[in-house]
Design a protein around this ligand. Structure first.
Ligand code: ATP
Length: 358
């Protein structure tokens, strides 16, 4: 697995030059050679008859931001909760910073931070009291004023938890997760419900933490967030790992073009497949009139699409060309939108396959 600081990481993957959260408990240099921050091996978890995690194996390199992506119900939260020590693996194993999250819980607790999706606070506690309380549990907490300022919590510091907006609760949960200077922080959908400014502040904070050698494990339904932040992406679906790579690997460097075509009416059966073969592209049939073709594009591509439309006497009501995004890769691999619950795989006969670096 490539090191996050490797040549593949683009400018957006570089840590900030100087970091106000600077405090490292470890640094990329000192953590090198220590093995992965997180190691999941053949993990399986079931709830009654529901198999939430199904033989999942993945690693998180130290000092990286690693995104775990998957549609609703893919098993991300169950996996993370197992890594956080809230659930005991039913089959397989989990090692966090080289330790067993259940057996070594006391040793691990001061070294990891957890940002929960919701809850975890008494409804009457004020935001600043909550942060102060958690900070006092740690030996060398971050400066709370700085953290509150960075995350826009200063203005709601005296507001009781129950009166905080959804975005403010998210920011407080993030502050609570990082105030103890963890070596590894789990952030579950950190920017859900946040306004654009808070999102950006969160991204910058997470990037600075990585710059200080902190490992960040992130789940998100925002593909742009993963694409911007993550050094490594694991995509899971139905409890299984379906792809691993850097965003660049998963999007093939963004070089491959995506052609989205919406037609005024359906074309005869097999016609989209023939167009895909002619263009040497992979095909997704989103519905009877919407196609996504992903493949190499050159100056002849649009001409060929126009000829195909003429052949089938159909007018495209929408036609757009773009580079392949992480969202495109995600859709191809899982056959559904990242936030769409229980979507079905691609219809039979469509080719949703994608080559993915493993
Ligand atoms: N406590 C529980 N009891 C029963 N079933 C559960 C429980 N928690 C999760 N599940 C089921 O396990 C599967 C995986 O759920 P999980 O919450 O781990 O997925 P997820 O990828 O985190 O989803 P989301 O993106 O919606 O948060 C789903 O089918 C879910 O309904």
């Amino acid at each position: 697995m490539p090191h996050p600081a490797g040549a593949d990481a683009g400018p957006s993957h570089r840590p900030a030059a100087s970091s106000p959260v600077s405090s490292p408990v470890s640094s990329p240099a000192t953590s090198a050679g220590l093995g992965p921050a997180l190691e999941v091996r053949d993990l399986s978890m079931t709830y009654g008859s529901t198999r939430a995690v199904d033989g999942l194996s993945l690693e998180v390199p130290r000092g990286s931001i690693t995104a775990v992506l998957g549609p609703n119900g893919a098993g991300k939260t169950t996996t993370l909760e197992t890594c956080e020590g809230y659930r005991r693996p039913q089959a397989g194993s989990v090692r966090v910073l080289g330790l067993d999250p259940v057996a070594d819980r006391r040793a691990l607790l001061p070294r990891i931070g957890v940002m929960l999706q919701s809850g975890g606070a008494w409804s009457g506690v004020r935001a600043e009291e909550m942060l102060r309380h958690v900070a006092r549990l740690h030996a060398r907490p971050l400066d709370q004023a700085m953290l509150s300022e960075r995350l826009g919590l200063a203005e709601c510091g005296r507001t009781p938890y129950r009166r905080l907006s959804g975005g403010q609760k998210q920011r407080l949960a993030l502050a609570v997760a990082v105030v103890g200077r963890p070596e590894l922080v789990f952030v579950d959908e950190p920017t859900a419900g946040m306004d654009p400014q808070a999102r950006r502040a969160t991204w910058e904070l997470l990037e600075e933490l990585r710059g200080d050698g902190v490992t960040v494990v992130l789940t998100t339904h925002y593909m742009d967030e993963a694409e911007r932040l993550a050094d490594v992406v694991h995509i899971i679906d139905r409890g299984r790992l379906v792809a691993t790579g850097t965003p660049s690997e998963l999007t093939r460097g963004g070089r491959v073009s995506t052609l989205r075509l919406v037609l005024e009416r359906p074309v005869p059966e097999g016609a989209p497949q023939r167009l895909a073969a002619e263009l040497d592209a992979t095909l997704q049939v989103l519905d009877a009139t919407s196609l996504v073709l992903t493949g190499p594009a050159d100056s002849t591509t649009l001409g060929r699409v126009a000829a195909w439309c003429e052949q089938h006497d159909v007018v495209p009501v929408q036609l757009s060309l773009g580079t392949r995004s992480l969202e495109d890769a995600f859709l191809e691999l899982t056959g559904r939108d990242s936030a769409e619950p229980g979507g079905e795989p691609l219809p039979a006969g469509t080719d949703g396959s994608v080559e993915v670096a493993r």
